[in-house]
Design a protein around this ligand. Structure first.
Ligand SMILES: [Zn+2]
Length: 277
């Protein structure tokens, strides 16, 4: 990733920063016939696909270096965890990041907060998370949970630990650093899109509104097994896709075609992503 991919929006400069690629499978797709999913995603014969994992650096007029999502760290897959080096290549190393906005606390967005020893990768960054998301992961569960959620809770406790003295909760509709938090629950209970409005246009950093873009833009009704509440995720996806297409918002997507900045247009009964850089 080079600085050439940057765009200017008002007084902000936005640069996609790749963390690498995530190997996954159409097996995670819900609510869609397998051959349809296989075809849309151009999956290999076993159903294997690769999706990008992208963070975004937003540099403001006041010297703020805001990072949207913190990458996957080095423990998930060998093809991930490149974010710190990519930031250094841009001349904005992890120590220069002043704020991190998380769309949600899933491994491919938050494991990159810490190194193997559990220390903060971003030693000077304030961490901003939606109030709902922070509450869900930080409060004791109301009852027994499936093992994968138990593991994720333990991992998130570790991910957030070095940031607890500089963690800011932002409620739905709350504002911070020029962004407005838009709660879009479903994928996780506090999944949040961060909207940046400027006189020159608006950007929506939409996290995992789509997780497998090749499938879920064409068929927004299709969910993924990572959705903690698939019905609410589907409703959020429908609402946000309609909004960005109608209002012509620029989208910064964690898992859309690299480098991940573009517009969403309607295409038949679904949508299409049109990259702008
Ligand atoms: Zn994700």
């Amino acid at each position: 990733m080079t600085a050439a991919a940057s765009i200017e929006l008002g007084q902000f400069r936005i640069t996609p920063v790749s963390d690498g690629t995530l190997a996954t499978s159409i097996d995670v797709v819900l609510g869609l016939d397998r051959p349809v999913a296989q075809n849309l995603a151009s999956a290999d014969p076993t159903g294997g696909i690769t999706i990008p994992v992208t963070s975004f650096l937003v540099q403001g007029p006041d010297g703020a270096n805001v990072l949207i999502d913190a990458g996957s760290g080095t423990q998930m897959q060998a093809t991930l965890g490149r974010l710190p080096d990519q930031l250094r290549a841009l001349g904005v190393g992890p120590e220069a990041i002043t704020h991190i906005l998380l769309t949600h606390v899933h491994p491919d967005h938050a494991n990159g907060l810490i190194d193997e020893a559990g220390a903060a990768i971003f030693p000077n960054a304030e961490l901003l998370i939606s109030t709902d998301e922070a509450d869900f992961w930080q409060r004791a569960p109301r009852g027994p949970e499936p093992p994968n959620l138990v593991r994720q809770r333990a991992r998130n406790t570790r991910n957030l630990a070095p940031y607890l003295d500089r963690l800011r909760r932002v409620p739905d509709g709350g504002q911070a650093l020029g962004f407005t938090a838009m709660l879009t629950p479903g994928h996780t209970p506090g999944h949040t899109c961060w909207r940046l409005d400027t006189p020159s246009g608006s950007l929506l950093s939409w996290g995992d509104i789509v997780h497998i873009a090749s499938i879920q833009l064409a068929r927004p009704d299709a969910g993924v097994t990572y959705d903690l509440d698939a019905e609410r995720a589907r409703a959020a996806r429908a609402r946000i896709l309609d909004m960005v297409a109608t209002d012509r918002l620029l989208v910064a997507g964690a898992h859309v075609t690299e480098p991940g900045l573009g517009a969403i247009t309607r295409a038949g009964t679904g949508y299409r992503f049109e990259p702008i850089v």
